[in-house]
Every structure is written in structure tokens, then in C-alpha cells.
Design a protein around this ligand. Structure first.
Ligand code: ADP
Ligand code: MG
Length: 692
């Protein structure tokens, strides 16, 4: 029995699948690249190159092949320069129109002997016919048209879908270009000032560029548009954040007592950031501030300062952290700070027992708990607050927009303070966080020394052991981080479990602890406490300790198979040491020892500054890779490249600012809004507003 075959999609169906249902869609479906096709005489053709050539038809044939499954069309062509003929072949599935007599007749007429044709495609040697061959495009051309044919064609190459071939898509886009008239929302004056070509020209040239420089000009204009409309939407969103009803004036007595109790004075950068935060809290609209500060810069005290200011107004604060370990640690710390002030704190994570949880939830609803610390459990449905005035999100890059909003929606118009150590280069911050205010803690607490960072190979274990030995002998502690928990059959990586045994054997005088994500909550707490209190001197761990863990007495960080970790992650891991005024060390063991891994790891050896690390990483890997999908709000661009197009981003940013400021008075405002809407930025921006 013959199987019923599913029909392949028609070109229209394929276009729909790609989301290309209107001419505008087609125009904005940019080629992924342009293939350079040189026009050549036949005498100069070489197998392997892609060319365009012109010749006379010597012979044209249409026949069936593969038992009638295919219709094969062949041309034999020559020009005056060629000693040899050129064969061209096209295969068509045997279905309409290729099976109709009408099509055959028309083809035979078009390609009658002696007629002039232009042929393009990759050149190969056809051993069967004993001549060069091209399997590509063939079309008739008149002698007059030849003169206007360029010597080099930039042929657009698009992402395709089943049922759609390159030629058809190119034809559709050409047709869309011919039939669509576009009004340019960007005023001519502005375009001239910033060297931007008109929109319709840009769209024509991005598909079928007349020259590489015109392609570049088109790209420049369209990249500008990508930045501009996004920036505009972000600004509009910012203007639509609802107002808090009353203007607050802050009493700072709790804050003063807290600062008085601290064993250190705030750094200049911390004080400046704290002032910015406190100032935000007195405004009529809720704070939305991102505090960026390198690992160890001291962001936690800023967060607690903000919490105290809000608590003093009679409201509650919530501090959300990405891991249970970090939440526990924060809880221990803030409790030691808040208890002396007579304030109540609580910890809520996924492993809080049902009974504890019940009590905690009722106290929270009654307003007895002033500051609650926890994981995303804080945002779960059953959790209700008496009056949530401030949400602090630590390591905000680890949370999605949804989790953040779920927590924010538990208050009326709570303030939002986000903190991150994943350094986002300024330009990126500009692109992503237009709606946020950004504070930068660009100064480390005094007395911190640069961490000596070395990249070693796996056979230098003895060196590593000597380093650890030396530090332990002085009473300091060490971390050893591995990528895996358990040994697996198909992996040569040393696991944390194996390393635990190895280290215990190598350091019989000392206690070695272990911490990884697969351990239960209690075991984790015990392990971390044992290390914190110095009962264990070496902690073998996985990347669970990447965020937050704060044990100032630790001075060595060894990361095995460092090539397995991202640079930002390694920088975070390194940040676990160097938290006191003692010299600290970081050893990155390169298990791959390739040129690429060496280059990457050397970045860390050379830079202490997380921003420098991030920018170098960005250059190596590109923005999408570095920030990952988790980084809420990283926009996807069709053409723009955040590293390469930084200058343009700045221009678009200030253009968007002035457009939004002038708003409705601007003659092209409606067009701009329509375009931002078409791109989906406005809806998305409003959906992501944390208070909608
Ligand atoms: P991060 O910015 O990485 O979250 P933390 O808030 O955990 O940093 O602070 C790192 C360490 O530095 C903590 O032990 C903290 O108590 C300490 N610290 C914070 N600010 C100062 C300061 N101004 N002077 C000295 N130590 C500080
Ligand atoms: Mg922190």
C-alpha cells in the first residue's frame, strides 16, 4: 500500500509560518547575509566560486528523470571567450506547472537557441558532461540590460522554511518593495544631522544593496530604528508608572542607629548610593533603582538602609535572593543588625516547614514582621503582607520579570531596589534599563588588596596544594570549586565528591567540608556554618557558592575545570575571597588548555574590575550569550549589535529622549508611536511595568 504523503507546504503557507503575512513583514525580514557574486566571463570561471555570467543558449532541453518524479531542465551555454561550454541544470519536482505543456512551450520559446541568458550560482566541474556546470538561477536578458548589470552583485540570503526557496522569497520581497509606500517617522532634519538615510531607501538597500557602502548605510539606519523605538517605549513606560499618593518625608533615626552600630564606616560610593536611594523614597512615584556594584562592594548594607527607612514609615520590606544558601546568610546577617533595633525579621524559603510557615504567614499579614528575607517563595500565592513598602531583589539578573512582578504585586505601590554584581557595561545598561535609575558602587571597602589570580594547568596540583597549605597554616581558609557533584561514566571531570576524598587525604591535619546543590537544606546550612565558624578549613563546593557567600576569613579560591564556567561566573566565584584586608588568591585550573580557553581565562588574570571582565567577555561572546535569557529585559535585535553599535545607541537614546519630551507636539509623533507599537515594544513595555 502506498503511504499517503503529506503535501509539502506551499510558498504562501511557508511565508505564514515565518510570520511574513504582510508586505511590511517582508520588508523587515532582513537577509542573514549577502553573498557576493562576481560577474565573470566564461573563460575565467573556476570550480568552487559563485558567479554571474552571460552567454548564448546553444541547447535547451526539458526531460523527465527518476521515473517521472522529476522534471529536469538543462541549458548548454557559451560566450565568445569560452573554449568550453557551460552546463546549467535545474531540477523541479514533477508537479504543476512543470508538468504542463504550456510551461514547456513557454520555456522553449524563452530559451530558443541563440537567445541571451544570465546565469548565476556556484561553479563546479561536471565530469559526466566533461565541462563546467552551474546549478543555479537562469533568466533571459536583453542586450540592452547587460550594460546596466553591475560587476558585482550582493545577493541576499534569507532564513528559509520548508516549501519556500530563495528565489521565491527574493521575488516576494522585491514585489513588496515595489508596491509599498512608506512614510518616514524620523524627520529629515534629524536624519541629515546624524547621517541616516530615508527609511524606504534603507529597506531597499538592506535587501538588494547596490554596493557594500550602501548596505552599510542601510544597516546604520535600521539599527538606529531598532534602538530608537525600544528606547522610546522604555521612556514612555517610565512616564506611566503610577503615582504613590503621598509625598513622604523620612525620619532617619533607625538608620542612624544602624549605621552607628556598624563596625565600619560606609565608603564614599556606598554613602552616595544610599543617599540616592533615600532620596527616591521621598518622591511621589515609587523607586525603581538598580544598584550595580562589583562583588564585595558592600551592597547589602545599602539594601538594609533602605529597608529601615521604609520600616520607619510603618511599612514592611522584603528581600529576595536567588538561592536558599544566600537567603539564609542574608537572614542571619540582617537579624544581627535589626534585632538590636527592636525589629523582627523572618526567613521564608521552599524548605520552611508547614508549621513554621503558618505562623510566619499570619505574623506577616498582621504586620508583626518588619523585614522578611527569602527565596522566590516570598512571591508565592499564599504569602500576604500587611503593607509591603519595599521589595529588594538581590542578584536581580538571576530572576525573571515574572517573579519580580509577582512579589511587587503584593504591595500597593512598593518601591523596588534591585542589586546586581553581574556588571552590565554602561551602554547595555542604557539599552536595557532605561526605565530604571542606576547607582554604581565603584569603590571597594578600604584595605582590600587585589586578588592574585593565576591560570594553571591540571598537572600543577602540587603548586595548588602548597598554596593552600601555606594559607591554612596562617589560619585562613580555602574554597575548591568543581563543575560536577558526582563522578559520571562518560566524563573525565573530577567531581566534588572525588575532590572531597582527595583533599581530605592531602590535608590530614585539616577538616574538609562539602557544599553542593543536591544536598538537603539542613545539610547545606550545617556545612556553611561549619566553614563560617572555622570548624572546616577547606570547603569543596559546586557553583552554589557563586552568589553571596561571605566568609571574610577565606583567602584561597581554586576553580577546577575553570573553562567550564562563564567569565562572569568565575569573577563572582573569585569574589568569595578578598573580603578582608588579607592577601587573597584565586587559581583557575584550565582543564581544556586550548587557545580559546587560555585566552578567556587570562582575562580574569589581567582584570580585577568586573566591568572590564564583562566587557571583554562581551567582545568574545556577544551580548546574548553573556547575559543569557535569564537577564530580564535583554532585547533581541534583528540587526543591532550592542558592542559594535554603541555610538548609534547613544544617538538613538538622546533622540528618543527629545522625542518623548516633545511628545504630541512633534508632527511625526503618531507615526513614531505606530511604529513602536508595530514592533510590539509599547505593549511589552507596559506589560512589564511592575505596577500594572
Ligand atoms: P556585595 O556587594 O558583594 O553584596 P556584601 O554586602 O556582602 O557585598 O559586603 C561584602 C563584605 O564587606 C561584607 O562582609 C560586609 O560586611 C563588608 N563591608 C561592607 N561595607 C563595608 C565597608 N564600608 N567597610 C568595610 N567592610 C564593609
Ligand atoms: Mg551581595
Amino acid at each position: 500500500m502506498p503511504q499517503t504523503q503529506r503535501k509539502p507546504p506551499t510558498p504562501n503557507e511557508a511565508l505564514t509560518k515565518l510570520g511574513l503575512t504582510t508586505p511590511l513583514h517582508l520588508l523587515h525580514y532582513y537577509p542573514k547575509q549577502h553573498q557576493v557574486i562576481h560577474r565573470k566571463k566564461m573563460a575565467h570561471l573556476q570550480p568552487g566560486e559563485t558567479v554571474l555570467t552571460i552567454g548564448h543558449v546553444v541547447r535547451h532541453r526539458i526531460k523527465e528523470a527518476r521515473g517521472g518524479k522529476l522534471v529536469v531542465q538543462t541549458w548548454t551555454i557559451h560566450d565568445k571567450t569560452g573554449r568550453h561550454r557551460l552546463m546549467c541544470t535545474q531540477f523541479h519536482k514533477a508537479r504543476l506547472p512543470y508538468t504542463s505543456m504550456q510551461w514547456r512551450r513557454r520555456q522553449n520559446q524563452t530559451y530558443a537557441q541563440g537567445s541571451l541568458v544570465v546565469v548565476s550560482g556556484p561553479v563546479k566541474h561536471d565530469s559526466y558532461a566533461g565541462c563546467l556546470a552551474i546549478n543555479g538561477e537562469v533568466s533571459p536578458i536583453s542586450p540592452k540590460q547587460i550594460a546596466s548589470l553591475p560587476s558585482r552583485v550582493l545577493n541576499p540570503v534569507y532564513r528559509l522554511s520548508k516549501g519556500l526557496d530563495m528565489g521565491t522569497l527574493q521575488d516576494r520581497i522585491r514585489a513588496a518593495l515595489n508596491t509599498t509606500t512608506l512614510k518616514d517617522p524620523i524627520p529629515a532634519k534629524f536624519r541629515q544631522r546624524h547621517n541616516l538615510i530615508p527609511l524606504s531607501e534603507a529597506l531597499a538597500q538592506i535587501h538588494f544593496p547596490a554596493s557594500p557602502s550602501q548596505l552599510e548605510a542601510a544597516r546604520r539606519r535600521l539599527v538606529f530604528d531598532e534602538f530608537f523605538y525600544l528606547q522610546m517605549a522604555l521612556l514612555v513606560r517610565r512616564g506611566q508608572v503610577p503615582q504613590r499618593v503621598k509625598r513622604q518625608s523620612l525620619s532617619r533615626s533607625l538608620l542612624k542607629r544602624f549605621q552607628g552600630n556598624l563596625p565600619f564606616a560606609l565608603t564614599g560610593a556606598q554613602q552616595r548610593t544610599l543617599n540616592q536611594v533615600l532620596d527616591d523614597l521621598t518622591q511621589t512615584f515609587p523607586m525603581n533603582r538598580l544598584v550595580q556594584g562589583d562583588v564585595g562592594a558592600g551592597k547589602t548594607v545599602i539594601a538594609v538602609g533602605a529597608c529601615l527607612a521604609v520600616i520607619e514609615q510603618g511599612q514592611q520590606a522584603a528581600l529576595m535572593a536567588p538561592t536558599e544558601t544566600l537567603a539564609q546568610q542574608h537572614h542571619a546577617k540582617v537579624t544581627s543588625w535589626l534585632e538590636p533595633l527592636g525589629l523582627k525579621t523572618a526567613l521564608l524559603t521552599g524548605s520552611t516547614s508547614t508549621k513554621e510557615r503558618r505562623i510566619l504567614l499570619s505574623e506577616l499579614l498582621l504586620g508583626h514582621i518588619h523585614l522578611i528575607v527569602g527565596t522566590h517563595a516570598l512571591s508565592s500565592a499564599k504569602v500576604r503582607y500587611a503593607d509591603l513598602g519595599l521589595v529588594v531583589i538581590d542578584e536581580q539578573h538571576r530572576f525573571g520579570v515574572k517573579q519580580r512582578n509577582a512579589l511587587l504585586n503584593k504591595g500597593k505601590t512598593p518601591h523596588l531596589l534591585s542589586m546586581t554584581a553581574t556588571p552590565i557595561p554602561r551602554t547595555l545598561a542604557l539599552a536595557m534599563h532605561q526605565d530604571m535609575d542606576v547607582s554604581l558602587i565603584d569603590e571597594l571597602p578600604p584595605g582590600r588588596q587585589p586578588i592574585i589570580t593565576q591560570v594553571l594547568s591540571q598537572d600543577q596540583q602540587s603548586h595548588i596544594h602548597r598554596l593552600i597549605e601555606g594559607q591554612l597554616a596562617q589560619g585562613f581558609q580555602a574554597y575548591v570549586v568543581l563543575p560536577l557533584v558526582k563522578d559520571t561514566d562518560d566524563s573525565e571531570l573530577r567531581s566534588a565528591e572525588a575532590a572531597l576524598d582527595d583533599y581530605q587525604r592531602a590535608f590530614p591535619k585539616y577538616q574538609v567540608g562539602m557544599l553542593h546543590g543536591q544536598m538537603g537544606t539542613e545539610a547545606k546550612t550545617t556545612a556553611l556554618n561549619a566553614f563560617r565558624t572555622g570548624q572546616t578549613q577547606i570547603l569543596v563546593a559546586t557553583s552554589v557558592i557563586e552568589v553571596g557567600v561571605d566568609v571574610p576569613n577565606a583567602t584561597v579560591m581554586v576553580v577546577e575545570h575553570a573553562e567550564r564556567f562563564g567569565l562572569a561566573q568565575l569573577h563572582q566565584l573569585r569574589g568569595r575571597v578578598g573580603r578582608s584586608h588579607h592577601q587573597s588568591y584565586c587559581v583557575l585550573v584550565d582543564g581544556a588548555e586550548t587557545e580559546a580557553s587560555a585566552e578567556r581565562l587570562q582575562i580574569l588574570a589581567q582584570h580585577q574590575d568586573g566591568f572590564k571582565v564583562a566587557e571583554a567577555d562581551l567582545r568574545l561572546r556577544g551580548a546574548g550569550e553573556v547575559l543569557g535569557h535569564k537577564q530580564a529585559g535583554v532585547p533581541k535585535f534583528a540587526l543591532a549589535d550592542l558592542m559594535r553599535d554603541q555610538a548609534l545607541l547613544k544617538i538613538a537614546n538622546s533622540a528618543a529622549r527629545s522625542a518623548v519630551n516633545q511628545g504630541r507636539r512633534l508632527r511625526c509623533w503618531d507615526l513614531m508611536v505606530a511604529e513602536a507599537q508595530r514592533r510590539g515594544h509599547l505593549e511589552k513595555a507596559l506589560r512589564h511595568t511592575h505596577l500594572n
